[in-house]
Write a protein that binds this ligand. Structure first.
Ligand code: BG6
Length: 277
């Protein structure tokens, strides 16, 4: 076991971001001492299982996978700290993480790749810049990617999510039936597992911690997944408390309903900004 497994970005003013190198999972984001992310009290930190909460990194597969674990391997491998936290001239703090192919990844997905994940902590914002590079001279590969963000909320039933009106969604709770969203704002009052397609660049979630709003801005992530397991499915998860489902909502920016196809020698870039309003 390597010694350090968490990396902390500290902007001052009790504003911090903590990343566990297991999966480069963001496990805490505090703004003025107020935690913004949900992590289950039953989350397992054994360096094997994906961490239940925070922001797991889903790559190169979203959902069940014939060749490896659900949601791919990026969330269960140890990432490298490419650049330790450094204060920028603006006062913001930056760190960079990376993974590349090795025997383990090649046993599931036999491609060379390099994935870099840059985080910048601002006063009330967290910025994510992602790049995937295909170093091959002749092989094209395809993949899914998603930031599986678990927002902490006092009561999910009081949250409204904007930016989904008119979007087509695949409802995983109804055998992947496709529907069109007719509501101006989406609310959650039951088991919800939906892939909204071609969503706009911005969503706002109301009534997150301290009654505030959370703005999500995303670039090159055409899909938005909304997930809450609700009571029965919460009971079925060993690493999620039975009574925790009202305190989280997953609003996940991703490229999942169609794959990213990456030609030899090219790179894919995507980003997200979370902002407490
Ligand atoms: C969501 C999926 O993104 O992740 C759900 O849409 C899934 O279908 C959920 O249940 C949690 O997945 P996991 O593998 O972390 O239990």
């Amino acid at each position: 076991m390597a010694a350090t497994s968490v990396v902390v970005l500290d902007r001052g003013n009790n504003t911090t971001c903590t990343i566990n190198l297991h999966g480069a999972t963001v496990v805490s984001w505090r703004v003025n001492n107020q935690e913004q992310l949900f992590v289950s009290k039953q989350a397992v930190f054994d360096g094997k299982k994906a961490i239940r909460g925070g922001i797991p990194f889903v790559f190169p597969q979203f959902g069940p996978w014939t060749f490896g674990p659900q949601h791919g391997f990026a969330r269960i491998v140890r990432w490298n700290l490419e650049k330790a936290p450094e204060r920028l001239a603006s006062g913001d703090v930056e760190a960079i993480f990376s993974i590349m192919d090795n025997d383990f990844t090649r046993s599931m997905w036999n491609f060379s790749f390099r994935l870099t994940y840059r985080l910048i902590l601002r006063e009330k914002e967290l910025h994510f810049n992602i790049a995937v590079y295909n170093p091959s001279k002749d092989l094209t590969f395809s993949f899914n990617m998603l930031l599986h963000t678990y927002f902490k909320v006092p009561d999910v039933r009081r949250c409204q999510i904007t930016g989904l009106h008119g979007c087509t969604f695949i409802d995983k709770t109804r055998e992947n039936t496709c529907y069109q969203e007719g509501r101006d704002v989406v609310t959650i009052g039951e088991w919800t597992d939906r892939i909204y397609q071609n969503t706009p660049q911005e969503h706002i979630i109301t009534n997150v911690v301290s009654g505030r709003k959370m703005r999500i801005q995303k670039y090159n992530f055409p899909d938005t997944v909304i997930w809450n397991p609700w009571v029965d499915r919460a009971k079925g998860m060993t690493d999620f408390g039975d009574d925790e489902y009202p305190n989280m909502v997953c609003v996940e920016a991703g490229h999942v309903s169609s794959p990213v196809i990456l030609l030899p020698g090219t790179a894919f870039e995507a980003s997200q900004i979370l902002q407490v309003m």
